[in-house]
Write a protein that binds this ligand. Structure first.
Ligand code: MLT
Length: 399
């Protein structure tokens, strides 16, 4: 008899964004005349950068000719993309070896798949509120999860507590959902904690390109000692508009070593290579060529213009909230504005209010964890017109 994984019964019925999509679909069916403005899921709206499109077209053309056709590529990605990422990191002051870099279809998959490398007895430390993937993928494995609270007092940046013993720590900076960003000093404390406890930091840097202050690290590997205690996930989704195109990467330093239950030392880089070559067949050649272009100096400039557009959307939102006297976080080194629901409303109540009264879709903060209750996340990834129109509706509204 096949027995299914009972841990799935411990999960909520559906994934947060699936739940929201269902509610929005029901609203649209009931009110087809209303013009909905979607500021919920962090999905980009600008087209791919011209140099990315050119690189992809050229690569597709290559696939159409016998001499340049390619079949299976390396599961961990092509060397040309490893080198492009290595140069991008170097331009931002971080040295990587190309063998540290693994290309994938996105940071979400890797954040979940990395759990394969760890015994289920590990204790996992996760911020609350947090991107639901970190907690859910560990619930699926039946691991013990400890939460560290993000609050307005700690600016939604929980710090290590020596009385808490964790083996695996998820950090996300710039943070999804709160938009908060760890400083260098704060990340140094996390690296010190991980080294002292032989823990591993799983660092989600998917929003690193939104950082504009050069004193704020864009990578955990900007911190000395991180190569022995951290893995970093990154993505072209937000940096280069690849949410639909799909491409990301994970950096697993070759120095990172931990023991098996019977004391054998294993390199996590070798384990991840083994895992990926067994369960993954790599990303499309032309997508990797597009990603390579995005990492070039020209690509960084063209993608940077896209990020500027989204940054301006965030500023438009923040100006409206300032006028209304709302409390909010994020929005500066992040495409997310994390607002306190007006008049002490609960997250889902305010979500429903915005949807039904103003036809605006946000993401209820409580969907990211209990500490998100009373907050709502709005994304700046929409169009300029949509953002302005949504803010006009909020400004005119009596709440
Ligand atoms: C979000 O809205 O939190 C993100 O778009 C989800 C993701 O990147 O998977």
């Amino acid at each position: 008899m096949a027995i299914v994984n009972g841990n799935y019964a411990k999960l909520q019925d559906s994934y947060l964004f699936t739940d929201i999509a269902k509610r929005v679909a029901a609203f649209t069916a009931a009110h087809p005349e209303k013009k909905i403005i979607k500021m919920g899921i962090g999905d980009v709206t600008l087209p791919l950068a011209p140099c990315v499109v050119d690189a992809m077209k050229k690569a597709v053309e290559e696939l159409g000719h016998k001499e340049t056709f390619r079949g299976y590529g390396p599961e961990q990605g092509y060397e040309f993309l490893h080198e492009a990422i290595q140069k991008y990191y170097a331009r931002h002051g971080v040295k990587l070896d190309t063998k540290d870099i693994f290309i994938s279809d996105g940071a979400k998959s890797d954040c979940g798949n990395i759990t394969d490398l760890f015994e289920d007895t590990n204790v996992v430390l996760v911020p609350n509120p947090v991107y639901p993937v970190y907690a859910d993928t560990n619930v699926m494995r039946g691991r013990k999860i400890l939460y560290m609270n993000g609050t307005p007092q700690n600016h939604f940046l929980p710090m290590p507590d020596d009385s808490v013993k964790a083996d695996i720590i998820y950090l996300c900076s710039p943070n999804n959902p709160t938009g908060a960003v760890y400083t260098r000093e704060q990340l140094e404390k996390w690296v010190a904690y991980a080294r002292k406890n032989d823990a591993i930091i799983l660092y989600d840097a998917a929003y690193e390109a939104f950082i504009t202050d050069p004193s704020i690290p864009r990578s955990i590997f900007a911190i000395p000692g991180a190569r022995e205690c951290a893995i970093e996930f990154c993505s072209f989704s937000k940096t280069a508009g690849f949410t639909g195109t799909r491409c990301g990467y994970t950096v697993v330093p070759q120095e990172l070593v931990r023991r098996t239950p019977d004391g054998k030392e294993l390199h996590l880089n070798t384990m991840w290579l083994r895992r990926q070559t067994t369960k993954f067949n790599g990303v499309n050649y032309f997508v990797q060529r597009g990603a390579e272009a995005a990492m070039s100096v020209l690509g960084e400039k063209q993608c940077g213009d896209m990020l500027d557009y989204y940054r301006e959307n965030a500023r438009i939102m923040m100006r409206t909230f300032d006028k209304k006297g709302y409390t909010y976080f994020g929005g500066v080194h992040s495409p997310y504005v994390w607002m306190q629901c007006p008049k002490g409303m609960k997250s889902w109540d305010y979500f429903d209010y915005l949807l039904n009264k103003l036809a605006i879709v946000g993401t209820p903060g409580s969907g990211f964890g209990s500490m998100g209750e009373g907050y709502l996340r709005l994304t700046a990834f929409g169009s300029r017109e949509g953002t302005i129109e949504a803010m006009k509706r909020i400004e005119k509204d009596s709440l």
